[in-house]
Design a protein around this ligand. Structure first.
Ligand code: TNX
Length: 614
């Protein structure tokens, strides 16, 4: 570690937060100090420097020959170490950049009392998610490393994944010990029987066989070659069992995504919601607009997109080429997973706007707004022809790349005040008799919904796509602020995916311990809280509108694969059970008993899960 050059101290005054930054005496205090902090810095409160720029989490302060700087972030708590500012550097007038290692970081926090421990239960081998029925049978079956499998169809790819997970080398051939058979069962249902004479998996086709093989893989990974005999009958509660990964805030390489897809298949997830664009980065290659990734995928000192989040002067970013996307889509398909791409519009578009200002900016627009994450130029303008050119060309390529039926268009967190001083928007509102600027959002999304429909695709979006009341009922709504938003959308006739932050946002911190990284705007999330999620209450009349559940991992703090594993596991196992198992088959104590066996599987596969301590 290099010697610290900056100290940070944090104090609270009522609801407000004050930060003091102390630069080491040997530093020349001329030029600018740059850092990232996901809070709004009140410019009027600043002493010891002046604010030059504030864009999202990025701040640039002009130094005033003083070593002590202080400022206030109104009404925003700072309750854990992952909230602290990061990526400090100085830029001097002669353009030299100097990273500043941080020393003392004083949050003045005391750890809260530890949460209740997990229930004391005898560990037992089992499956996650819990199947509808699992009976122990007498005897054992020895599965040799090189057994044969017979099936009424080619299943080499299913076996390849099974072999990769278990380390066995099963092959499709005659004289089989493992038989896959067709049976008149629903899509994803399966029966798995391990008897002393062999193994049989019955299903209506590949989805069911795959799930049966995944259950078998979990059994093999817990028992080795001598498998206790069992009979499993199983079928999912929901058809939509999704995991969401934000690759915009921090970029994750293709290998990390493939690895996540493999873990998802092991726990019977079947939808991967891929968040590809946001304020801090545009990750998808679009041939019609190379600038989207050449400019929009990179942030750093002196670039059109400033440093963000974890910050620092060096260029940071990356994008997925269309070939890489096809590779990921094919890998997912082979694992029974459909990829749902998200192009987040009209808000969360800072990176796109910086990449294509000539198409996306109306020079005469004098509207003033600030997004939840402190961007002041991150919303597309629904009255500009360029917006439609941009979206249609992007959607053309997105639809060609992603064969699944659903395309996610975001729709979330459009800030107040946007469009109000835009002459083009005012004219559009007059033309259509719109009274509320929210109708402009509906206007744009309805256009996109129809455009997608013309290509045989269905729109899906966050709960705010209902704002302005223009998008039709066919649009799938993802409820995120609270469960009730999903129930309301379902009652209004939309198909709904439940992703209530209070239960399923895996970017939330595990506990109130200030050392636990994570966000906490919707509380903290221990394993029990995830497990308790009930996405379709028994007495809710429009239950059939609820397609299933989605567990999001937003990426503001996901700077590495280790952090990704830590936030996801083992919480994702609880989500898997929420998505797959009928409420009457769920049991918190039962889940805790099956957990040690599963953690062993994760450990063997190199997953850096958070050891359960609640
Ligand atoms: C809300 S959920 C957001 C994201 C953030 C997330 C952090 C949603 C549709 N929008 O932009 O990353 O909270 O938890």
């Amino acid at each position: 570690m290099s010697a610290p050059l900056i100290d940070i101290a944090v104090t609270r005054s009522g609801d407000d937060l004050w930060l003091q930054l102390t630069l080491a005496p040997e530093l020349p205090v001329a030029g600018s100090l740059h850092f990232c902090l996901a809070r709004y810095l009140d410019p009027d409160s600043l002493s010891g420097a002046t604010l030059l720029r504030q864009v999202g989490s990025y701040k640039e302060l002009k130094l005033a020959r003083l070593h002590d700087i202080a400022f206030c972030c109104p009404r925003t708590p700072m309750e854990r170490y992952s909230d602290l500012p990061q990526g400090f550097y100085l830029s001097h007038p002669d353009a030299v950049l100097q990273p500043l290692p941080v020393g003392r970081r004083d949050l003045g926090l005391t750890a809260p009392p530890p949460p209740p421990p997990l229930p004391q239960v005898e560990p037992e081998s089992g499956l996650v998610p819990q199947p509808a029925r699992l009976h122990r049978l007498d005897g054992e079956f020895r599965l040799p490393e090189q057994a044969h499998v017979c099936a009424p169809a080619l299943i080499e790819d299913l076996l390849a994944h099974f072999n990769q997970l278990t380390g066995l080398s099963l092959q499709q051939d005659h004289d089989a010990l493992l038989r896959l058979e067709l049976a008149p069962l629903p899509q994803e249902a399966y029966r798995l029987t391990i008897s002393p004479s062999g193994i049989r998996i019955e299903a209506g086709g590949r989805p069911g066989w795959r799930h049966g093989l995944m259950s078998l893989a979990q059994w093999v990974l817990q028992h080795g070659e001598s498998l206790p005999c069992i009979a499993v009958e199983d079928a999912p509660r929901f058809g939509f069992r999704g995991v969401f990964l934000d690759c915009a805030r921090h970029f994750h390489p293709v290998a990390t995504i493939k690895r996540l897809l493999e873990q998802m298949a092991l726990y019977k997830f079947n939808r991967f919601h891929w968040h590809l664009t946001d304020d801090e980065g545009w990750r998808l290659e679009i041939k019609a607009f190379p600038a989207l990734t050449e400019v929009g995928a990179w942030r750093g000192h002196g670039l059109p997109i400033t440093p963000q989040l974890s910050g620092g002067p060096a260029p940071y970013g990356g994008n997925y080429s269309q070939n890489e996307v096809r590779d990921i889509v094919a890998h997912a398909a082979a694992l029974g997973i459909t990829v749902i791409p998200e192009i987040d519009i009209p808000g969360h578009c800072h990176a796109a706007i910086k990449a294509l200002p000539e198409l996306l900016v109306e020079p005469a627009d004098a509207s003033r707004y600030r997004s939840v994450q402190y961007f002041e130029d991150n919303v597309l303008n629904p009255a500009l022809p360029g917006t439609y050119t941009f979206l249609e060309r992007v959607l053309d390529e997105v639809c060609a790349l992603f064969p699944g039926p659903l395309i996610h268009l975001g729709g979330d967190e459009v800030p107040q005040g946007v469009w109000q001083e835009s002459p083009a928007c005012q004219a559009l509102m007059r033309q259509h008799g719109y009274r509320d600027p929210k109708e402009l959002q509906g206007h744009l999304l309805r256009h996109c919904q129809r455009y997608l429909a013309g290509k045989g695709k269905q729109m899906i979006g966050w709960e705010e796509i209902r704002h302005g009341n223009k998008v039709s009922q066919e649009a799938v709504v993802c409820a995120w602020t609270r469960l009730e938003a999903g129930l309301e959308a379902a009652a209004a006739g939309h198909p709904v995916v439940m992703a209530p932050a209070q239960h399923l946002y895996l970017d939330l911190a595990w506990s109130r311990d200030p050392d636990e990284p994570g966000l906490y705007w919707a509380g903290t999330l221990d394993l029990a809280q995830v497990y308790r999620c009930e996405p379709a209450p028994a007495d809710f009349p429009a239950k059939e509108q609820i397609l299933g559940v989605l567990s999001p991992l937003w990426g503001e703090l996901i700077t590495s694969r280790e952090r990704l594993d830590y936030m996801l596991f083992p919480r994702l196992l609880a989500t898997a059970e929420v998505a797959w198992s009928q409420p009457e088959h769920k049991s918190w104590a039962g889940f805790c008993a099956r957990l040690p066996g599963q953690l062993q599987i994760l450990g063997k596969r190199g997953v850096r899960y958070r050891p359960p301590k609640q």
